[in-house]
Structure formats: structure tokens, C-alpha cells
Design a protein around this ligand. Structure first.
Ligand SMILES: [Zn+2]
Ligand SMILES: [Zn+2]
Length: 897
């Protein structure tokens, strides 16, 4: 739908769509901007341009229009006080990790808090009406603006003012009246300074009019009145009209403080602390001029690089001033902003990684590190985290508990960045050799496949500027990943199957066949659990035929049969495989236990990533930054088995979704989004609470035992825990025991053989003098104790490959033999570790016709190694043990030939 057309339509009947009671009461006049023709409402009849075009734009910098100064946290107190006083419930912020929507990683607006998915529709669920919420929102599209423009943040607090116009809530008149009084009464802004601009909003099939309110050119808030659905002209009024007023808390602080940038008044004491540390000489008059120029130019130029260039020119800054003041300031703001966003995200359970929403977080950590490197800064990140949390904990007390976890994750990630820099340098060097600069797509590929950030490339001068569209493109790429596809099957005319496994759960029952589709049947009622939530289906039999698969399509359950297929209308008797069901059930409850055990042992960032529960094995994938150590695995297993031993009760209750969220928080969504109004909450006393549709034991002791069989890091940020429970676990333990006993036996046997061999060698050594005597006294070809002796032309040739002789024997026997009898030859072949070795001795006389060196060399070559020495003594060897026989034959043929 074209927004311009809706605006044209609405503005042509401004009395109906825009005129509120306040405008009449106060005497607001409606005007068209003399420059852009947009319509706006003002008390200042002399004003003829809209806030964005008027001369007073950003004139609050250095000259705030309020008597009082409120920084970030004080501003929220003012806003909260005002709305609570006026009948609103102040609701705590929702997590920034959007667990309740499967199309968003992060919460991007306050209204998202109250949107729930029902099938393909989004419905609104409000915990109170009317309400306000200080919702931290994460947006990564404008990342290159952060730190530079003075007003862009990677996360900001959206003041959400929401109302449903029923007996408790209100509609346009009261909303605009409240917003006007918030500015004028609570913040003390002059009435004449407040300007309302006519606009429209549309999205998700609905639309409505909106009034943006400005003070001194700064848009503070936008009150959206979501009222219609459908195509303009054919539209109808929504059953549930909604007020979605979103205002930027950072801007409220900024307008009262009038600092050069919004960053100066929204991070508490950190900015000052860093300015001193870095040694930025801030000249406030100059900065005021510069950032006013930046703000004014921002709408004029598409490219941020141009905006900056013109602001430098307008302010008349020298290159030296830009280098010494502006650039370091931008870096500092970036670091502080990104760190605050990371604190919220990590505290809410997100992990930096290279997939999904973790992408943006890793990118921000790398931008922080890259900026610190570029500025040659050594900052204590832990100290900055503490300063941030100390400042924020009044408004967001939940951050205080996660302090340590945030520090751990940041440390691990920063370390990874340092490690990856060597790799990045190589890639960057290669890139610098290219003639042209890389395109945005090439930069994205570099980041995605190699983790090379554009900041890093800029830092080492591989590129001169980071293209403005880089972050927007990257953010777009990773926005839509989360969407799922839904399988369709045309059984729409059938009623939903009565799910007995959620009721009495009988293991044998009768049911009527409603539909036959090939080998699949639909019954009117069933106890067969259909595959879902990572739990594998039940097996069993239906009128004698095997049930081999069960799946759910919408509310209809299909049973796949192997055997005779019953006819439609028939009543069939059904039996569920009780053992299989019981095993799967134990595995499922074990998954919940392991998940909470892992979170307890590892840290608050552990969430279930996915799970699979079958009959004889199961696995749980959790979000975690590193591979698990043996100790961590042992600790998780111990914690889990303690819970089993405590025999805790597992209770299942159905709640209204909103009630469940308020009662237990968003931790219940371990298995993902629940697209129904009623949520099935499975609690293991106060140890674990999850929304889950699976089957569970009643008491944890039924599980008997949980054994982790293997763990593995399966992707960046995800660790797989494979496990077994119940009888399978006990069998596994038995098998492990048998294996261990067998291994122990084998080791013992090996030791005995080794010992015998050693003893044999020992004995052989003692035999040397006796054997020498025997060899000396005999003059016939014979074999003495495995030493083959051959007499050849009065030359005595001795050879042995017996395993009872070792290096010591060969050396001592060979040396002495040839010394005592110069016309003798000795060659020994033996195993030594992984190699086969040869030692050859030829006496003075014998060496005239036999060459020890040649023998050793030839034999070693056969063994795949090398040999060396001279005619009288040589040795060698090789690792190819399969050639031992060949080596022996070669040695013999050489000494005898
Ligand atoms: Zn205008
Ligand atoms: Zn579950």
C-alpha cells in the first residue's frame, strides 16, 4: 500500500482523522509547510514551515527549551511519574531477544512486546490497559550512523504508550492530550514549541493516522492510531483498535540537556570518564556547531560521508581538529553505544556467533575491538560494563544479576577476535593487491565467510571508507533467516483429532476411522503421540497392522500403517507400544532437566536450541560459546541426576499465554514460539518451567538415571549433548563397565607379555659369554639358541632374527664375536618400537669380502628406511613391518652369497 495515498486521503479530511479535542481547546492552527507542503498543527500562527524544514531545527543544542535538566534515567522517571499519575500501568521492559515471535530475532519496537502469532495472524495481548513500558529496542540497520550523527543508537529506549479504546483505555483525544501535557506540564516545554505533524502508518495489513510531535525540530514521539485493515478504499475498521505511541527516551533527555549529541546525556558518567581517559579536548562551542550542522545535513545528503564532509566545512574545522577531536569522539561514542546494546542482548540470553541474530552482536564486538585498535586504546571493558550497569540498574534491575555473565561472554569474544586477526591480515593483504576497491557484496562475503570486518580493513588501510550500505545489507540478510515454512496437506474438511495423550492417555483404545489416504489413516480420537516438539511418534498397532509413523497436520493426526489398511467408517482397536512410549517420555523429561542443569553449570546464556527425543537415544542442543570440558559435562550430569534422585514432581497446567508469560517470564519458550492462546506449562517443581506439548513422567525418580554419552560443538554458539536415560542409561553403564573390564584385561595381558619379553632379553644378555664360547668352539654349520651359524670357506657367519634378542645383545655379541674372530660376520634383525632394525658386524678379515654397510643399507631400503656405516659395522631400519620376511631373506642372501 502506498503511504502517500493514505496520507493524501486522511489529510483531505483532517477534521475526521487528525483534529483532536486538544487542538480546539488550545487553539492550534493547521498549516501546510511552505517548503514540503506537509500539514502540521501549531499554536504559533507565525510558523510557516514544518519542524524539519524550519530554521529552529536543532536549535535546542546549546539552548534547551526546558528549565530543568533530566538525563536518561531521570527522564524515564519523569515520563513514568506522569503516566502512572494519569492511570497507566508501568510495565517492565520485555527481553530484547524476541522469543515470542518467529520472524524477529530482536525486539525492534515497544508494540512488538504485545504481539503474538496465531497461525498466520498477529494478535495483540496487553497485560494492562492503558500501559507504558521503557522498551529497549535493538536496530542494526543504521550501524554506520552510530557515534557519527549524534542521535543514532544501536539500541534505544522506546517509551511505549499503548491503549485499547475500551472501558479502561482511550483513543486519539486523550492520547494527544496526554502527550502534550507530558511535554508542557511534566517537562516544562512551552506550548508554542510543540508541533504536531500529520502522518500515517501502515504495516502487516493494517493502517491508521498518526501524529508526530516535534520540539525545536527534534521528533520526540509518534502517536499511531491503528484503526483500519485491508486496501485503502475497501478497508474496514479493526475489531481491536490500538494506540501505538512510541517516543525516544534518549531524545527526551537530549532536549532537556541540550548537549552537542544525545550520547553526551544518555550513558551516565561513562562518556566523561572516557573523554578524560582518551584525552579528548572537547571545545563545547565548536562541538555544538559541528553536531548541529551534522543534524541539519543528515536529511540533505544520502551518504553519511557527504554529511560529515559538509559539516566539517560548515563548522570550519581543520584536518587537525577532525583528527584530534571528531574522530576520537566518534570512536568513543561507538564503543559506549555498542557496549550498552551488548549488555542488554547478552543479559537477555543472546550469544554472539556467525549465525542468525548472533551475527550483529559479533559484529558489534568486533567494531568495538577494531575501534580500540585503531585509536590505540587500552580500555578495561569490565570496568565499562560495571559503569553502564550501575547507571542503568535503577531502571533495569535485571541487568545487575547478569553482570558476570556479560563480562565472561565479552571476554571470550574479544579473545576470539584477537586470535582471528592473523588470519584476517592474510586475507586483507591479498585483497590490497587487487586494483579496485571491493564491492559491498564482496565485503559481506569477506565478513560472513572469513569474519573480516570492514572496520579492520579500514584500520589497516586496505579500504579507505566503509560503504554506507554495508550494515543495512548485512542486517537485511539476517533479518529473514528466522522465517519458517509451513507444510500444507488438504485434510481441511476433517475435524480436529481428539488427542487422548493430553487427557486420560489410555494405552489401548477403540476409535473410528475418519479418512484413509494411501497407507495413512485419520481417527476420531487417538493416544498415539504425533511427532512434534522434537519428540518422536509412538508406535504400536491399529487392528493388527503396525503403526510406523504418526504426524500432525494442523489439528488432524495421521497414522501411517504397515499391513492391512482399515476402511473408512470402521471402528478399530488400537494399542500403543508402552515400552517405547515410556522410554521416549523419560528422555523428554530428561531433556528439560539437562537444559536447566546446563544453564546452572554454564551460565544464563544457555537456552535450548533444539532437541530430539527417540526411544533409545536423545539429544539436546544448547546455546553455549565453547566446547564443553569433561568437568562441565560431569557437573551437568551430576546436577541432572541429583534432580532425578530428589524425586521432584512434574506438573502440567494450561495457562492463558499472557498469564504464563507474566508468571514465568519468557524462559518458558525454550522450544520456540507457541502459536496458541493456551499454553501447556510443564514444571519440574521450581527447577525448570517450560511451555511444552510433549509427554512427561510424573516424578523425576521414574527416570532412574541420565547418562551423557557424547557432547560436541555442532556450530558456532551451539553445543550438542547426546544422552540416554532410564533402562537405556543403565544398559549403557553396564556396557561401559564390561568394556572397561575388557580393556583392563587386555592391558594386563599386554603387560605380562611385555614383562616376559623383557625377562627373556635379560636372560639373553646373561647368555652372551656362554654363546660366544659355544660359537668359538664349534666348526660346523648349526643353530645355537636361534642363532644360525654357517661356515663358509672357514669364515664364520652368524645370523639371527629371534625376538629374544635386543639391541644390547646384538651390539655386545656382534662386537665381541668379530673381535675374537676377525674372520667372522654377525647380522641381527630385531624389532624396536614401531621400526625393524638391522645391525651388521664384519671382522677385519671378513670385511674384505663382506660389507656391513651395504648389507645394512639394502635391508633398510626394503623396510622403507635408511641405513649407514662402514664395511665393518653398520646399522639401519625402517617402519614397513610387513616387509620383515623380505628383509630377513635379503640379509641372508647378502651374507651367504
Ligand atoms: Zn516541510
Ligand atoms: Zn519439552
Amino acid at each position: 500500500m502506498d503511504k502517500k495515498e493514505i496520507l493524501k486521503e486522511f489529510s483531505s479530511d483532517s477534521d475526521r482523522y487528525y483534529k483532536v479535542k486538544l487542538f480546539d481547546e488550545q487553539g492550534f492552527v493547521r498549516k501546510a509547510c511552505s517548503k514540503c507542503s506537509r500539514f502540521f498543527w501549531t499554536l504559533d500562527s507565525g510558523r510557516d514551515m514544518c519542524p524539519e524544514d524550519a530554521d529552529d531545527t536543532y536549535s535546542f543544542i546549546g539552548d534547551p527549551p526546558t528549565a530543568k535538566r533530566f538525563d536518561y534515567t531521570e527522564s524515564w522517571k519523569q515520563v513514568e511519574e506522569f503516566f502512572v499519575k494519569n492511570g497507566h500501568t508501568s510495565v517492565s521492559r520485555y527481553p530484547v531477544v524476541c522469543r515470542w515471535r518467529d520472524d524477529l530475532y530482536f525486539t525492534i519496537a515497544s508494540i512488538v512486546d504485545f504481539q503474538r502469532v496465531m497461525g498466520s495472524k498477529v494478535v495483540f495481548e496487553f497485560p494492562a490497559n492503558p500501559l507504558i513500558v521503557p522498551q529497549t529496542c535493538l536496530r542494526f540497520k543504521d550501524l554506520e550512523n552510530v557515534g557519527v550523527t549524534g542521535r543514532h543508537f544501536s539500541s534505544f529506549c522506546m517509551i511505549g504508550q499503548h491503549s485499547i479504546p475500551n472501558e479502561n483505555g482511550y483513543w486519539k483525544d486523550e492520547c494527544v492530550d496526554l502527550d502534550f501535557r507530558l511535554l508542557t506540564e511534566q517537562f516544562g516545554i512551552k506550548k508554542e514549541e510543540v508541533v504536531f505533524v500529520e502522518d500515517v502508518w501502515e504495516g502487516g495489513g493494517s493502517f491508521g493516522s498518526s501524529l508526530e510531535y516535534f520540539v525545536k525540530g527534534l521528533e520526540l514521539g509518534n502517536a499511531v492510531f491503528t484503526e483500519f485493515q485491508g486496501e485503502l478504499g475497501k478497508h474496514t475498521t479493526l475489531d481491536q483498535k490500538i494506540i501505538d505511541m512510541g517516543a525516544g527516551l534518549e531524545r527526551f533527555a537530549w532536549i532537556t540537556m541540550g548537549t552537542p549529541t544525545a550520547y553526551d546525556c544518555c550513558f551516565g558518567p561513562i562518556t566523561n570518564h572516557l573523554m578524560q581517559k582518551i584525552g579528548i579536548e572537547s571545545d563545547s562551542e565548536m562541538l555544538r556547531k559541528y553536531f548541529t550542522a551534522i543534524s541539519k545535513n543528515l536529511e540533505k545528503y544520502d551518504d553519511l560521508i557527504d554529511v560529515r564532509k559538509h559539516a566539517v566545512k560548515n563548522t570550519g574545522l581543520t584536518d587537525e581538529q577532525v583528527k584530534k577531536i571528531i574522530t576520537p569522539l566518534e570512536g568513543m561514542y561507538l564503543i559506549v553505544d555498542h557496549l550498552r546494546t551488548l549488555i542488554f542482548a547478552i543479559a537477555d540470553g543472546a550469544l554472539p556467533s556467525n549465525v542468525g541474530g548472533g551475527y550483529n552482536l559479533r559484529m558489534m564486538i568486533r567494531r568495538i575491538s577494531g575501534t580500540m585498535d585503531r585509536m590505540n586504546l587500552k580500555l578495561d571493558i569490565d570496568e565499562l560494563v560495571d559503569m553502564h550497569i550501575d547507571y542503568l540498574k535503577d531502571t533495569y534491575p535485571e541487568l545487575d544479576e547478569k553482570r558476570q555473565d556479560v563480562k565472561i561472554i565479552l571476554k571470550i569474544e574479544s579473545q576470539r577476535y584477537v586470535e582471528s586477526k592473523v588470519h584476517m591480515k592474510k586475507i586483507a593483504d591479498k585483497m590490497s593487491q587487487k586494483e579496485r576497491a571491493p564491492t559491498v557484496d564482496e565485503l559481506i562475503t569477506l565478513y560472513e565467510s572469513d569474519g573480516v570486518t570492514p572496520e579492520y580493513l579500514k584500520e589497516i588501510n586496505a579500504i579507505s571508507e566503509i560503504p554506507s550500505s554495508f550494515y543495512e545489507k548485512l542486517s537485511d540478510l539476517h533479518q529473514s533467516d528466522k522465517k519458517k515454512t509451513v507444510e500444507q496437506l488438504s485434510i481441511d474438511d476433517l475435524p480436529e483429532t481428539e488427542m487422548l495423550f493430553y487427557a486420560d492417555d489410555p494405552m489401548s483404545f477403540d476409535a473410528k476411522v475418519l479418512r484413509v489416504i494411501d497407507d495413512m489413516i485419520v481417527l476420531d480420537r487417538t493416544s498415539f503421540y504425533a511427532r512434534g516438539g522434537g519428540q518422536e511418534p509412538d508406535y504400536g498397532s491399529i487392528s493388527g497392522s503396525k503403526v510406523v509413523d504418526v504426524n500432525k497436520h494442523g489439528g488432524v493426526i495421521l497414522h501411517k500403517l504397515d499391513g492391512n489398511i482399515p476402511k473408512e467408517g470402521e471402528t478399530v482397536s488400537c494399542m500403543v507400544d508402552v515400552t517405547r512410549r515410556s522410554n521416549i517420555t523419560k528422555n523428554h523429561t530428561s531433556t528439560h532437566i539437562l537444559n536447566s542443569s546446563a544453564r546452572g553449570v554454564l551460565g544464563s546464556w544457555v537456552w535450548q536450541h533444539s532437541a530430539f527425543k527417540d526411544d533409545d537415544h536423545a539429544r539436546l542442543d544448547i546455546t553455549h560459546h565453547s566446547s564443553l570440558t569433561e568437568k562441565e559435562v560431569a557437573d551437568i550430569e551430576k546436577t541432572a541426576n541429583d534432580i532425578v534422585a530428589k524425586d521432584m514432581s512434574v506438573t502440567i497446567e494450561n495457562y492463558d499465554r499472557g498469564t504464563a508469560e507474566q508468571k514465568y517470564g519468557f524462559k518458558i519458550y525454550q522450544g520456540g514460539v507457541v502459536p496458541v492462546k493456551s499454553v501447556r506449562i510443564v514444571s519440574i517443581e521450581d527447577f525448570d518451567v517450560e511451555a511444552c506439548g510433549g509427554t512427561h513422567v510424573k516424578k523425576t525418580k521414574e527416570i532412574e538415571l541420565i547418562k551423557i554419552t557424547r557432547t560436541k560443538r555442532i556450530q558456532d554458539g551451539v553445543v550438542r549433548i547426546e544422552f540416554v536415560s532410564g533402562n537405556t542409561a543403565k544398559q549403557y553403564v553396564e556396557e561401559q563397565k564390561v568394556k572397561q573390564t575388557e580393556q583392563a584385561k587386555e592391558t594386563a595381558q599386554k603387560e605380562i607379555i611385555e614383562k616376559q619379553r623383557e625377562e627373556g632379553k635379560e636372560k639373553a644378555r646373561e647368555k652372551i659369554p656362554i654363546l660366544l664360547e659355544q660359537v668359538a668352539s664349534l666348526n660346523d654349520t648349526t643353530t645355537i639358541d636361534e642363532i644360525e651359524m654357517t661356515i663358509q670357506n672357514s669364515m664364520k657367519i652368524c645370523f639371527t632374527a629371534s625376538t629374544q634378542y635386543d639391541e644390547f645383545f646384538h651390539t655386545n655379541f656382534g662386537k665381541k664375536l668379530v673381535k675374537n674372530n676377525p674372520n667372522s660376520v654377525y647380522v641381527g634383525i630385531f624389532e624396536s618400537g614401531p621400526t625393524i632394525r638391522i645391525m651388521a658386524y664384519c671382522g677385519d678379515e671378513a670385511s674384505k669380502s663382506k660389507n656391513a654397510g651395504e648389507i645394512a643399507k639394502s635391508v633398510a631400503e626394503i623396510l622403507g628406511g635408511a641405513g649407514g656405516g662402514d664395511a665393518k659395522f653398520a646399522q639401519g631400519g625402517g617402519k614397513d613391518t610387513s616387509k620383515k620376511d623380505e628383509a630377513i631373506a635379503k640379509a641372508k642372501s647378502m651374507i651367504l652369497g
